[in-house]
Design a protein around this ligand. Structure first.
Ligand code: BGP
Length: 462
């Protein structure tokens, strides 16, 4: 076998609570920012399907776990929706949510699928957003209480926890580029939010470790390796380093090394954008680093020095670099994302060389495709050869990184069942398993699901 993976490799897929569960307002669940967004204007969502329905995993999880097992999963990531467990963000715990997550977790474990649980996947309870969301220290404390509640309820069985999924996204979406609440453009507030997300993560890691649970806790970051247009041009190189600093190192360095990146701190100090912080908090950040890193990899950044005028009036990261189109780039036209398989290898080598080779795994990687119905064969199955090619091409680079000493523990594709997406709803399908919106969310395994099953059975492929 050409590509054989280490024993005990984590093979699975990833999803999130808000994108899969449905029943957004039933069974005692509180409102999240996404429920509000959808109820304000359902027409912005493709097919007008919102988080209130999604893939109805809340009702269908037993069937789903069987299908996961059928396609070989030994692990699966989802998130606990904060607004389901604690509807107002703090205070009363929802007993229906406790029953649901208990049963879901048990079902996974009984089927030999290890649950990986993320505590925050973009889904702020609306009541917490109304008091400032991640801008507020009160919300940091409320999140910590939510996290501790999860550990107390499920920590006997869940051994892999993650404080955030892609913490840069609420910063970009909410405070820079306006695709999440609160839809503002304000770099100072963006910096405060990023700082508070790290603070919340660190306090949670401390609480988990101090309580002595038998498990690991980490964070999931979307890493976008930043390649300069011209490696010989110091201005292109500097611009790429800054883009890397803003979007990758701002979370990577505190999570793993306990400090914020010096070049970014220097820049935001010059710009008078430093957040409110205390020395005690910085000590906490130093002392409470992660056990395990999840890497979401979809695409790189291609960067050149700033040549255009920024479209924003306020200070923005974009003042320091321009994106450029690499002439050789290969695209996923449906999502508008570059496909660059070697980027996954570059992320892993970076962790090996610059971050102490901390244990890590690929926590998301996948290909969203519109109109997959056109690939349905006579037996009613979607023949998604493009997805098999996408995943295997990335896995080859993961394999190479492992051969070269990277401490990679697993691979989770995004996603298992086709699921609801924040701004694309069900337009682009990512799953190993199709979900039919017209036929009671009927699940059908795609060709890639059967292919994955073989890969897992052989712990590799040719
Ligand atoms: C990641 C998110 C996921 C998921 C995925 C695909 O950034 O963690 O929640 O949505 O991207 O992106 P999209 O659904 O926007 O196409």
């Amino acid at each position: 076998m050409n590509y054989k993976f280490p024993a005990d490799f984590w093979w699975g897929s990833a999803a999130s609570g808000a994108q899969t569960e449905g029943i957004a307002t039933g069974d005692g669940k509180g409102e999240s920012i996404w429920d509000r967004w959808y109820s304000n204007d359902p027409s912005v969502f493709f097919n007008e399907v919102g988080p209130d329905q999604a893939s109805r995993v809340y009702e269908m999880y037993k069937e789903d776990v069987k299908l996961m097992k059928e396609i070989g999963h030994n692990s699966y990531r989802t998130s606990i929706q904060w607004s389901r467990l604690i509807p107002e963000g703090r205070g009363k715990v929802n007993p229906d949510a406790v029953a649901f997550y208990n049963s879901y977790i048990d079902e996974l474990i009984e089927n030999d699928i290890e649950p990986f649980i993320c505590l925050y996947h973009f889904d702020m309870p609306m009541a917490m957003q109304e008091i400032g969301g991640w801008e507020s220290k009160e919300v940091v404390e409320a999140y910590l209480e939510f996290a501790k509640t999860c550990f107390e309820l499920f920590g006997d069985r869940v051994k892999k926890w993650f404080t955030h999924n892609e913490p840069i996204v609420p910063v970009e979406g909410g405070y820079l580029y306006q695709f999440h609440y609160p839809l503002v453009v304000d770099m100072k507030r963006a910096v405060q939010v990023a700082y508070h997300e790290t603070l919340a993560s660190v306090k949670t890691i401390k609480a988990y470790h101090e309580a002595g649970y038998d498990g690991e806790i980490g964070i999931i970051l979307n890493l976008t390796p930043s390649y300069p247009r011209n490696e010989e041009d110091p201005e292109d190189v500097k611009a790429a380093q800054l883009a890397d600093g803003f979007f990758n190192r701002s979370f990577l360095e505190p999570a793993i090394n306990g400090v914020f990146p010096a070049d970014i701190v220097e820049l935001i100090t010059e710009l008078d954008l430093l957040p409110d912080y205390t020395e005690e908090e910085l000590d906490l950040i130093k002392a409470n680093t992660i056990d395990l890193l999840g890497i979401n990899y979809y695409q790189p950044r291609r960067i050149k020095k700033k040549e255009s005028k920024s479209e924003y009036d306020s200070v923005m990261p974009d003042d320091y670099f321009d994106n450029y189109v690499w002439p050789e780039r290969k695209m996923n036209p449906y999502r508008g994302w570059e496909i660059y398989e070697k980027g996954i290898y570059d992320c892993l080598i970076n962790i090996r060389d610059n971050y102490g080779n901390i244990p890590c795994f690929i926590s998301e990687n996948g290909m969203g495709v519109e109109g997959e119905e056109k690939y349905i064969n006579e037996e009613g199955r979607i023949d998604d050869d493009y997805r098999i090619e996408f995943v295997s091409d990335h896995l080859k680079y993961v394999h190479q990184a492992i051969q070269e000493g990277c401490n990679v523990k697993g691979y989770h594709m995004w996603t298992c069942m086709d699921n609801w997406s924040w701004t694309n709803a069900y337009k682009n399908r990512y799953g190993f398993i199709a979900v039919d919106l017209e036929d009671n969310r009927k699940r059908t395994i795609k060709k890639s699901g059967y292919w994955y099953k073989e890969v897992v059975a052989n712990n590799g492929f040719d």
